[in-house]
Design a binder for this molecule. Sequence first.
Ligand code: SN0
Length: 316
Amino acid sequence: MKNFLNVHDVANVEELAQQAIALKNHKFDFKQLGNNKTMVLLFLNSSLRTRISTQKAAQNLGMNTIVLNLTQDSWQMEFEDGAIMNGTTAEHIKEGAAVISEYADIIGIRAFPTLTDKEKDYTEFVLHKFLENVNVPVVNMESATVHPLQSLTDLITIREHTTKSKPKVVLSWAPHIRSLPQCVSNSFAEWMNRADVEFVITHPEGYELDERFSGNATILYNQEEAFKDADFIYAKNWSAYAEYGKIIGSHDDWMITDKKMQLTNNAKFMHCLPTRRNVEVADDVLDSDYSLVIKEAANREIAAQIVLKTLLEQNV
Ligand code: SN0
């Protein structure tokens, strides 16, 4: 593994999840690996879990960590080649990324989509601008189209809580008041399509994901039908891909409730967090015994740690 950008950097998703589970009781056994090594974490957007769990993972491996909120604490960055920088941007990505790369052994980057420029977002413009100008491994901490640290976490969590070798996993769209990225859902879909699960996606018409991510998953427009026999319900809002970045109509009745969870095969509930209570997910689901959301968030640490461990062993 040279970088951890998306599922294509992983040879076998189930094996990586098993390695992460095995690491859980040996978190501090590899302190030497990161000795005198530094991870720089660059945030162009807000973060709670990613920021803390990735730093913690790096520190478990003996690394130093430096966090930079690039849009607040640094110079405003220019990404366009050939730009005449007589406006608000003070530093070009060519120098900015190259300099950061001099100080870092691994770089983590969070750069959300614009949700207005589909072409720029789906070619991963910002992530690629960094990649072009650094010479150390890069970890995607949620980019314009995917969130692979979350998806690895989700597979780990499913494996820890399944009683079946091939559980039925349902990704359900849920309502929200803002336009959100498709990243978590795209990524979850491409990981589930490579995992040993029966994978179903349910959403209102118009919310089809890019087929490069949804692949051969079964897509149902009827949420209640999709929930039947489910072992895991994974809820997430996303804005439309076709009508890019838009919220289409009102679908308040898609909120995940305990009543809907009763249609499943005693399914566990998952969400990447943050979630809007009683908009996306009802209190009675988030506060139930079958909710895995906190355990899932806790697993972000071992997901990040197995990725950083692999990068350190293979590159740094
Ligand atoms: C992000 C998203 O991609 O959906 C991060 C999820 C890990 N979520 C949000 O931006 C939620 C913001 C809100 O206002 O609820």
